[in-house]
Design a protein around this ligand. Structure first.
Ligand SMILES: Nc1ncnc2c1ncn2[C@@H]1O[C@H](COP(=O)(O)OP(=O)(O)OP(=O)(O)O)[C@@H](O)[C@H]1O
Length: 262
């Protein structure tokens, strides 16, 4: 099954087209990085995936997620763990008085916090505990969201999505606001998740593309400029083109990094 199967999609805001002719196929169990400069349209692609914006109907197109062209967004979000900075900020503001445990438990109803009308079974509580243990965040169980660091809250939000055992995680610039140690730590956690589900990592940081990510799509010139196997796509020439600056990249221990900007 394909996680994402898009063909010839044009999408934008009001009358303005931001991304055109989007064709992208991501199969189950594949791991992808989507790379692009600031303003290239990465977040717009995320909004398209989440159906916050819709393809223009002026041309034939295909938009299937998890093999379906018609789906309820509520159900979709259980099958796809979608982690955005908007979600993070929403929790930081509206869920500031929740504990880590309640944040994770609320994933069962995809709500922000738990409410009197919601019943939780013993199994649901067990799942929340097990998920926190798996992500090594048990120590955050009683900590309030407002007392958490950016990295701690982001991990709780990932755990909240993981409670549904999603088929894929889509992470939009997940290390924004994290210092170097927290960034490495977070990417290690995503690497662990990749053992059980697809990872689609939207980023502009080359170093975050961990070994298991074997496919890359580059967004440039309002479209998916190039996509395919990591070794073919992640080249100094391609990155110089999309970031509009001369960069020389290198690979060490299966990790890509920018060696020189000139
Ligand atoms: N709600 C909106 N209404 C109109 N234009 C928008 C809207 N959101 C984004 N845009 C425009 O769409 C283009 C792509 O923006 P988008 O946020 O998708 O880029 P991005 O690659 O995610 O950027 P960044 O790396 O800076 O987060 C930009 O020119 C931006 O100004």
């Amino acid at each position: 099954m394909n996680i994402i199967d898009f063909e010839n999609i044009n999408v934008g805001y009001d009358t303005k087209i931001i991304l055109k002719d989007i064709t992208l196929k991501i199969k189950e169990k594949e791991h992808w990085a989507i790379l692009g400069a600031n303003g290239s349209g990465k977040s717009t692609l995320m909004k398209l995936i989440q159906s916050e914006i819709h393809p223009r109907k002026t041309n034939p197109y295909k938009k299937e997620i998890l093999g379906k062209s018609n789906y309820s967004i509520f159900e979709l979000k259980k099958e796809l763990g979608i982690i955005t900075n908007d979600l993070h900020n929403y929790f930081a503001i509206n869920g500031s008085f929740l504990t880590g445990y309640i944040t994770v438990l609320s994933g069962h109803y995809s709500s922000v916090g738990v409410f009197k009308h919601q019943d939780f079974s013993v199994e649901q509580h067990e799942k929340a505990k097990e998920t926190m243990k798996y992500l090594e965040i048990e120590h955050l169980a009683n900590k309030l969201v407002q007392e958490m660091s950016t990295g701690e809250l982001r991990k709780c939000i990932v755990a909240r999505a993981l409670i549904h055992d999603p088929k894929a995680f889509i992470l939009d610039e997940p290390t924004v606001g994290l210092d170097i140690k927290a960034q490495i730590n977070f990417i290690k956690m995503v690497q662990k998740l990749s053992k059980n589900c697809s990872i689609i990592l939207v980023t502009h940081h080359l170093e975050e593309i961990f070994e298991e990510i074997q496919n890359v799509a580059l967004i440039h010139n309002n479209t998916i400029h190039k996509s395919g196997k990591k070794e073919d796509i992640l080249t100094s020439a391609n990155l110089s083109e999309i970031f509009d600056t001369n960069v020389h990249i290198n690979v060490k221990n299966n990790r890509y990094f920018v060696e020189e900007i000139y």
